[in-house]
Design a protein around this ligand. Structure first.
Ligand SMILES: Nc1ncnc2c1ncn2[C@@H]1O[C@H](COP(=O)(O)OP(=O)(O)OP(=O)(O)O)[C@@H](O)[C@H]1O
Ligand SMILES: Nc1ccn([C@@H]2O[C@H](COP(=O)(O)O)[C@@H](O)[C@H]2O)c(=O)n1
Ligand SMILES: [Mg+2]
Length: 246
């Protein structure tokens, strides 16, 4: 069945009290307003988006998650080629921001070096910029959301959830081996940062995967095997989802 964007039914407690709703409403341009659930609506009450996606242009989104070195980027490149998706890697966008000497570059570099998570506003702005500038209706968002904070901010800003979530499930020792063998000169591809990233993955990213599992959106893929063997499992997921993808 055609499964399109689900609107997020409630805002966080921060925005749900009458007082803060009024403040937030003040930030919203006519002809939009917040309804009693905190959902952005047009004046006649039709749900609307905050300019991130129009109703006619709501793309198919797959979040691609998994621990460091589980093979997200490798598989995304193959999915993009085989199924016509645009691959957006949150980590790559952040690294590009460092090399472009942007105002946030130093903060992003320090955060990545420590294996920590960059504030959601920064990452979502980069993802948004790419999505708005690319004419495609199918996106793979690789390495995002990395935390519940990332997830909640994305859903609040866009008003939508992903259509599906791929989770590459890989044992830690295999992930460590792959990252140390990557040799792409990444500042975080060293044993100290990998250990920190594995802890951050377990503490912050697994709750996101659990959330979307409860929402029935997660396809868990055993990431052990050759790149082509793993891709065969991925291919089955996208073949099964063909009807949902425009
Ligand atoms: N199935 C596989 N078997 C062996 N090596 C693999 C496999 N998949 C990917 N690799 C290799 O492991 C390394 C990490 O893969 P990749 O960069 O795709 O992981 P990632 O999940 O994107 O990691 P990160 O979160 O750190 O960006 C790369 O050198 C890649 O070539
Ligand atoms: N949503 C995200 C994604 C990434 N980061 C930071 O970038 C590092 C590298 O990410 P990869 O996806 O390329 O592994 C990651 O360890 C984080 O420091 C982030 O903050 N938020
Ligand atoms: Mg990657």
């Amino acid at each position: 069945m055609w499964r399109i964007w689900r609107r997020v039914g409630s805002l966080s407690p921060l925005f749900s009290s009458p007082k803060s709703s009024i403040l937030r409403q003040d930030l919203i341009q006519a002809p939009y307003r917040l309804n009693f659930l905190g959902i952005l609506s047009t004046e006649n009450g039709t749900p609307a988006t905050i300019g991130f996606f129009s109703k006619e242009k709501t793309p198919f989104i797959a979040f691609v998650l998994g621990g460091p070195g589980s093979g997200k980027g490798t598989q995304c490149a193959k999915i993009a080629e085989a199924f016509g998706f645009t691959h957006l890697s949150a980590g790559d966008l952040l690294r590009k921001e460092i090399s472009s000497n942007s105002e946030n570059g130093a903060m992003i570099l320090a955060t990545i070096t420590e294996g920590k998570i960059v504030p959601s506003g920064v990452t979502i702005k980069l993802i948004r910029r790419e999505m708005e500038s690319i004419e495609n209706n199918k996106f793979l968002i690789d390495g995002f959301p990395r935390s519940e904070e990332n997830r909640i901010a994305f859903e609040r800003i866009t008003g939508v959830e992903p259509n599906i979530v791929l989770f590459f499930d890989c044992p830690e020792d295999e992930m460590v081996k792959r990252v140390l063998g990557r040799k792409q000169g990444r500042v975080d591809d060293n044993i100290d940062t990998i250990k920190k990233r594995l802890k951050v993955f377990a503490a912050l990213n697994l709750p996101v995967i659990n959330h979307y599992t409860r929402r029935g959106k997660v396809y868990k893929i055993n990431a052990v095997g050759t790149i082509d063997e793993v891709f065969e499992k991925v291919r089955q997921v996208f073949d099964d989802c063909k009807q949902m993808i425009k």
